[in-house]
Design a protein around this ligand. Structure first.
Ligand SMILES: CC(C)(COP(=O)(O)OP(=O)(O)OC[C@H]1O[C@@H](n2cnc3c(N)ncnc32)[C@H](O)[C@@H]1OP(=O)(O)O)[C@@H](O)C(=O)NCCC(=O)NCCS
Length: 189
């Protein structure tokens, strides 16, 4: 895969903070609650299925390696006074090839107990600001299956827009491979 030409610019060691959230590097204690949310069928409704403990740990390891490689990634979400770990929100470089890659994606996954509080939107705005500001990206994308209306709503609330001509078949997903693509340019949000 061609690397995204952004150089390696480590995110602040303390992570990003928003009004209610801390987006930070992962800790070993996060892996257990991460496995719990990945084993929840509600959280994984629009993915290929729930993850085993081993699959969840492999994903956490990959997320950590992404931070080492790029300096940024899918931050662990801490909600002070509410939850030491609620899921992840952040930026990642997709590993598959499509008509819009190489690119940087903004993504999110939270435990169901914390849905509906605006956390994903709040964290995504901070991640986008970091991507456009610190990383100097010109564009950030996001994608999901058409039925994932919650996730699409987060994309829309952060100012991302979809052109149906960008819809694509995700090469890494068997079965439900059709995806909608949302884009946000640096000066349009
Ligand atoms: C997608 C996800 C991160 C959203 O987190 P969240 O913190 O609840 O998101 P927010 O509260 O910021 O915004 C959710 C929006 O979706 C809306 N929404 C909720 N359920 C909905 C539904 N069934 N249909 C349409 N919109 C819906 C909410 O009303 C809210 O919009 P509003 O502020 O205009 O009312 C969370 O649902 C999740 O982790 N889902 C499972 C993992 C996942 O699908 N990740 C994305 C993969 S691309």
């Amino acid at each position: 895969m061609k690397p995204v030409d952004i150089g390696r610019r480590p995110s602040p060691p303390d992570g990003l903070t928003t009004e209610r959230l801390i987006l930070r590097r992962w800790r070993p204690v996060d892996w257990q609650p991460f496995a719990a949310l990945n084993a929840d069928a509600r959280v994984m409704e629009y993915f290929s299925g729930v993850l085993s403990r081993e699959e969840s740990d492999a994903l956490a390891k990959h997320i950590d390696e992404h931070f080492e490689l790029h300096g940024f990634g899918l931050w662990a979400v801490e909600v002070p006074g509410v939850a030491p770990f609620a899921g992840f929100i952040g930026l990642s470089v997709p590993r598959f090839e499509a008509h819009f890659t190489p690119c940087v994606e903004v993504g999110w996954r939270l435990a169901a107990a914390y849905w509906g509080c605006g956390y994903a939107t709040e964290g995504a705005r901070a991640a986008l600001a970091f991507g456009f500001g610190e990383l100097g990206l010109r564009e950030i994308v996001s994608f999901t299956v058409p039925e994932n209306l919650r996730s699409r709503r987060v994309m829309e609330k952060t100012g991302m827009t979809r052109n149906p001509a960008d819809d694509f078949d995700h090469p890494g997903v068997s079965g439900r491979s059709r995806h909608v693509l949302y884009r946000l340019a640096r000066h349009s949000g």
